[in-house]
Design a binder for this molecule. Structure first.
Ligand SMILES: Nc1ncnc2c1ncn2[C@@H]1O[C@H](COP(=O)(O)OP(=O)(O)OP(=O)(O)O)[C@@H](O)[C@H]1O
Ligand SMILES: [Mg+2]
Length: 476
């Protein structure tokens, strides 16, 4: 909407001023009343003034009237002796909540765009980001991230919100850092365990394996080997044993012969001496050879019994005699291997649990990466589809750049240019810009500024302190 009429009476330093919708430069010396015009319009729109006295000194009532091409009529009267008067009409009818109605049709920067330059950069950035129209709500955040990140201030522009979400100070980033550290530690631990475990380790197999039956086999073989050894040594010693038995026989024979001879001599001696006893002794003598035969038979018998008994023992081990001694070396190695494999089970299981931990941590970290990446790529997507009212605006790390530079890097002229863009944020609002004190700008910058306003179809009222005696209105 455009202003078609401005009428000021007895406000600030002005007694009377009238204008239409054209853009003008108010020129004149200090105190000529230039700023008073702007202040009067500001007062009409905001019902406020930085100046304490609104009514012109000496008067009791000051008045401003603004009319637009779409039927808006703002009429304010400041009074010293009674309450102020206000009338905001649209198509001849008073609007409800006039002050908030007015607040909606302009931005404060329109009334003083140069003020933008003086704002802290953070505020400037916030204002620029706010100009990017992109519809979003908490539901959208939930759709994007599967949840609503709790550490983020949602009372800001979507680009600033996204920047906070992916920020290195944000919980996603911090949490992912913690998880990745834990993954690294666990992996190092797994490697440490893996070094102690044989390659291709089959945990299931070794968990079930038992060395018991192998030991039983070893014991059986050991016992059989003992029997085999006994059999072999019995057979080997037989000749020696028989020889010993022969020797025993010879010794016994010799001793018997000697004993008998001796006794015979004794008896013969006694026969001669004891004739009385001859019959008895003869009898005894007659029985002596028989006695000897009996004893010889006993000796022979003993010999035979010994040999037979030994041979029987040899025969008892006959089944082992021809067998070869078996080795238990392989079985012992097998048992030892089972034992050593079983010893790895606990560490192996621990390693498996750690590996599972790492897998789930990795998944968690990947999800965070996905969300961080989402927050990083969304601004690009948003800027592609959003309505961006400023030429050359890009966003990097949540900060707006104009032609690749942050606001603080722009020249004063470039900043002013930006001010105009920023000031006119309401395309359907009041298309007016008030610029107080353009004498601070160089001629080319000032002219470029006027041109920009014109190109954008904005009505502007600029003031310039000159040496002109009276207030001069230059229509541009
Ligand atoms: N309420 C008021 N009643 C009477 N005179 C006032 C009132 N308010 C301001 N003035 C005077 O009106 C004159 C015009 O002030 P204004 O601020 O409009 O000047 P200016 O043209 O903007 O000057 P400058 O070039 O120095 O900025 C000044 O002399 C000022 O002291
Ligand atoms: Mg002034």
């Amino acid at each position: 909407m455009n202003i078609t009429k401005i009428k000021i009476k007895n406000l600030f330093g002005i007694s009377e001023y009238e204008a239409d919708g054209s853009s003008v430069e108010l020129a004149g010396k200090n105190g000529a009343g230039k700023t008073s015009v702007i202040d009067a319009i500001r007062y009409a729109l905001t019902n406020k003034s930085d100046r304490k006295y609104i009514v012109r000194r000496g008067e009791t009532e000051g008045e401003i009237l603004i009319e637009t091409d779409n039927g808006l009529r703002i009429n304010r009267k400041a009074r010293t002796t009674q309450a102020d008067y206000k009338s905001v009409k649209k198509d001849g009818r008073e609007v409800g909540s006039p002050e908030s109605f007015l607040r909606d049709i302009f931005t404060t920067l329109q009334l003083n765009p140069v003020e933008f330059i003086g704002l802290p950069e953070k505020q400037q950035n916030a204002i620029i980001l706010d100009m990017i129209e992109y519809p979003w709500d908490m539901q959208k955040i939930k759709e994007w991230f599967g949840e609503i990140p709790s550490w983020v201030d949602y009372d800001q522009n979507i680009l600033a919100v996204l920047n906070d979400i992916q920020s290195e100070n944000g919980e996603y980033f911090q949490k992912r850092q913690d998880i990745n550290r834990e993954v690294r530690n666990k992996r190092a631990f797994i490697e440490e365990i893996a070094r102690t475990i044989p390659s291709g380790y089959e945990a299931e197999k070794w968990e079930k394996a038992s060395a018991g039956p192998v030991y039983q086999k070893i014991e059986r073989i050991r016992r059989e080997n003992e029997e085999i050894q006994k059999a072999k040594s019995l057979l080997e010693s037989r000749d020696n044993k028989v020889r010993k038995f022969e020797a025993d026989r010879e010794i016994a024979k010799t001793s018997l012969l000697r004993e008998i001879g001796h006794r015979r001599t004794q008896i013969e001696n006694e026969i001669s001496r004891m004739e009385d006893q001859i019959r008895n002794l003869k009898l005894e003598k007659a029985s002596l050879s028989e006695k000897m035969q009996d004893k010889l038979a006993v000796i022979e018998k003993e010999y035979e019994v010994s040999v037979t008994k030994y041979d029987a023992e040899v025969e008892a081990y006959a089944e082992y005699r021809d067998k070869e001694l078996q080795s238990t070396k392989e079985l012992e190695e097998e048992a030892a291997m089972i034992e050593s494999m079983k010893a790895h089970i606990n560490e192996f299981r621990r390693m498996q649990i750690l590996q599972m931990d790492v897998e789930s941590l990795k998944e968690e970290s990947d999800l965070l990466t996905e969300r961080i990446e989402k927050a990083r790529t969304l601004p690009g997507e948003i800027l592609e589809t959003a309505k961006i009212p400023i030429a050359g605006l890009t966003i990097k790390d949540g900060i707006p750049l104009i032609n690749g530079l942050p606001v603080s890097n722009l020249s004063d002229g470039e900043k002013l240019d930006l001010c105009i863009d920023v000031a006119i944020q309401k395309p359907n609002g009041l298309q007016i810009i008030l610029i107080d004190g353009v004498e601070k700008l160089s001629t080319p910058v000032r002219e470029a500024l006027y041109k920009k306003c014109k190109d954008k179809g904005l009505q502007f009222i600029a003031t310039r302190t000159t040496d002109d005696e009276d207030l001069t209105v230059i229509t541009l």
